[in-house]
Design a protein around this ligand. Structure first.
Ligand SMILES: Nc1ncnc2c1ncn2[C@@H]1O[C@H](COP(=O)(O)OP(=O)(O)OP(=O)(O)O)[C@@H](O)[C@H]1O
Ligand SMILES: Nc1ccn([C@H]2C[C@H](O)[C@@H](COP(=O)(O)O)O2)c(=O)n1
Length: 295
């Protein structure tokens, strides 16, 4: 845990594009305190044991109709972080290994953004966006090939949702407090036995503040842009690395600077800097935080 806190502070600095932003001292304080608390905690002592229940992260069509009430006693592992830090990839694998449900909260914001664009709504009209957030039906389907498809108002919108344009639109509407409120209960409804892995920006701070396990993933902006570049290239999409880096920095800044539920690590989150760390290694680091299930 040597780099807990410093990584996040450094990341904030990089994200905001300035060397000494005013908010850094308070982050530093919070993380120094956290580091001390961490070294004393019983939670730390539990590390090293993990659960390996193989099972589906998402039941087929399980989220097409969301349950009415979440179950507060159910364990939640939150994985927050900036774009390209690997939240989705790591969360899906960890959820599959634990046999827990999976919530891709970014897909909800992206889904509302795409539905708003289909309806030609003005992204600067909060009332229209809030109506859209309440009205848009968003479901997830776990396909046989392991891919998670996102269904918006009955249409498979997965490919459209993954574009940087959809990400930027989602980031813009996510800054509207009433849109965030409109999506709160829908996110909490994913909390069902045997457990939930939830990925996003405010999973550990706002949506599941009582989560038992909290992780904040980071990576240098350059590495995150490289990852996205490779991901898009593999799909045959041609992009310019510098453009991706600029877009990632702009999205980070908007998500971290908004007034409501900004992107930041929860005080009790474990920060993992994934720069130079492979996917399997990150998965193991996260799983090490979750004690093996008792039978
Ligand atoms: N530790 C890692 N090392 C190398 N590549 C990684 C790592 N983690 C994720 N990736 C790759 O980086 C790309 C982006 O990952 P992913 O979509 O999971 O990020 P994300 O944080 O969920 O991004 P977003 O917030 O934009 O949805 C994917 O192609 C994924 O395979
Ligand atoms: N919990 C969340 C999840 C997502 N957002 C916003 C901000 C992101 O830039 C955008 C897209 O998310 P992604 O799919 O990249 O995880 O949605 C948010 O504000 N809070």
């Amino acid at each position: 845990m040597g780099n807990l806190g410093d990584n996040a502070v450094e990341w904030m600095g990089m994200t905001l594009g300035i060397k000494q932003p005013a908010i850094l001292p308070s982050f530093l304080c919070a993380f120094k305190w956290l580091r001390a608390a961490w070294s004393r905690s019983a939670f730390r002592r539990s590390i090293g044991v993990r659960g390996y229940n193989e099972g589906p992260a998402v039941e087929p069509e399980s989220t097409m109709s969301e349950p009415a009430a979440p179950v507060p006693s159910v364990d939640v592992l939150t994985i927050d972080g900036p774009s390209g830090s690997g939240k989705g990839t790591i969360s899906r694998r960890v959820a599959a290994r634990l046999g827990w449900h999976y919530l891709d909260s970014g897909a909800l914001y992206r889904g509302v953004g795409v539905a708003a664009s289909w309806a030609d709504l003005d992204l600067a009209d909060p009332a229209a966006l809030v109506r859209c957030a309440f009205d848009t039906r968003i479901g997830f389907e776990d396909r046989a090939d392991g891919e998670l498809r996102v269904i918006v108002n009955g249409l498979d919108a997965t490919d459209e949702l993954r574009t940087e344009t959809a990400g930027a639109a989602a980031s813009a509407i996510a800054a509207v407090p009433e849109v965030r409120s409109a999506l709160k209960d829908r996110q909490r409804a994913f909390r069902r036995p045997p457990g939930l892995v939830a990925d996003g920006r405010d999973m550990g701070t706002v949506i599941f503040p009582d989560a038992r396990y909290k992780v904040f993933l980071t990576a240098s902006p350059e590495e995150r842009a490289e990852r996205r570049y490779k991901q898009l290239k593999d799909k045959g999409v041609s992009v310019i690395l510098d453009d991706l880096l600029r877009e990632i920095l702009a999205r980070d800044a908007r998500d971290a600077n908004r007034a409501v539920a900004p992107l930041r690590p929860a005080d009790d989150a474990v920060c993992i800097d994934t720069t130079g760390l492979g996917i399997d290694a990150v998965v193991e680091r996260v799983l090490a935080l979750v004690p093996a299930p008792r039978s």
